[in-house]
Design a protein around this ligand. Structure first.
Ligand code: ZN
Length: 243
C-alpha cells in the first residue's frame, strides 16, 4: 500500500542546552535543507487538510504531510518563509487558550519555555496559505481527565479557533500523543475529519483518518536518515510514543 509520510515538527530553532525534549528542536538550517530535499526529489509538502484526498486514495502523487505541534512562534518566523519558498503548505496545531503566550503546560518540567504564535501571527500564517488545527484549549491530558472535560477541550478549542479566525477547523492533534477509544469518539463527534498521533509510522492510503501516525523529525536527523525515514521502513521499525 502506498506510504504517505506525515512529518512531525515542534520548534524550528537552535536546541536549548540540556533541557528535556530538546531533541524536538530542529535547527532552521536543517528545516531548510529538509524542505529543499523534498522539493528536489519531486515531493510536494502539504497541510493535513490538503493530504486527505491522497490518504483516501482519491488522488495520487508524490506528497508528504507537514505538521507542527503546539504553534510555536518560530514556526511563523523560521518555517513559514521556507515553506513559501518551495510552494508547500503545512498544518500548525494550536493550543487555543494560549495564543500569544508560551508552552505553559510544560513549565516546571525542565522544558525550555518558548513563545507561541499570537492571534495576528496566526492570521498571517493563514493568509500565507497555511492551515491550522486544534491541539485542545489547554494542552490537556485527554485520557486522564473526566470525559466531560475532555469533550470541552476538544469542542471549545474548535469553536474558539473558528470564531477567532473565521475558518473551518477540521484537523486535530492529540496532546502528548494520548488517545483511547473514548477520545477518538469525542474528536469524531466534535466534527473533526482528521486527527494525528505521535505513533511512529508512515501513513498509508486507507488509514483511519482519526489515528494518523507520523514520522518524527528530531534535531539529530541527518540527510541520509531523513531519506531513510521518508523512503524506507526505518520509521515503521522504530515505533514509540513521544511527548
Ligand atoms: Zn503538544
Amino acid at each position: 500500500m502506498k506510504k504517505i509520510p506525515i512529518l512531525m515538527y515542534h520548534n524550528i530553532a537552535p536546541a536549548p542546552r540540556s533541557k528535556r525534549l530538546s531533541s524536538l528542536y530542529v535547527h532552521p538550517h536543517s528545516f531548510a535543507w529538509q524542505m529543499r530535499l523534498l522539493s528536489l526529489l519531486g515531493y510536494k509538502g502539504l497541510a493535513i487538510h490538503d493530504l486527505v484526498p491522497y490518504l483516501r486514495g482519491e488522488k495520487e502523487g508524490k506528497v508528504v504531510g507537514i505538521s507542527f505541534d503546539d504553534g510555536y512562534l518560530d514556526n511563523y518566523t523560521e518555517a513559514l518563509p521556507v515553506l513559501q519558498k518551495f510552494g508547500f503548505t503545512a498544518s500548525c496545531y494550536l493550543v487555543s487558550g494560549l495564543l500569544g503566550r508560551s508552552n505553559l503546560w510544560a513549565v516546571g518540567q525542565d522544558v525550555q519555555e518558548s513563545p507561541l504564535m499570537s492571534t495576528p501571527q496566526v492570521r498571517s500564517w493563514l493568509d500565507a496559505g497555511m492551515s491550522i488545527g486544534s491541539h485542545t484549549h489547554s494542552h490537556a491530558h485527554l485520557c486522564r481527565i473526566e470525559p466531560t472535560l475532555a469533550a470541552r477541550e476538544i469542542e471549545e478549542s474548535k469553536a474558539f479557533l473558528e470564531t477567532s479566525f473565521q475558518c473551518p477547523i477540521s484537523d486535530f492533534c492529540y496532546p502528548y500523543g494520548e488517545f483511547d477509544a473514548e477520545t477518538i469518539r469525542l474528536v469524531r463527534d466534535a466534527g473533526y475529519s482528521t486527527a494525528v498521533t505521535t505513533q511512529r509510522l508512515r501513513a498509508k492510503v486507507g488509514d483511519d483518518l482519526h489515528t494518523l501516525p507520523r514520522v518524527h523529525v528530531t534535531r539529530r536527523v541527518t540527510p541520509p536518515l531523513f531519506l531513510a525515514k521518508l523512503l524506507t521502513g526505518y520509521e515503521d521499525k522504530h515505533r514509540e510514543a513521544h511527548a
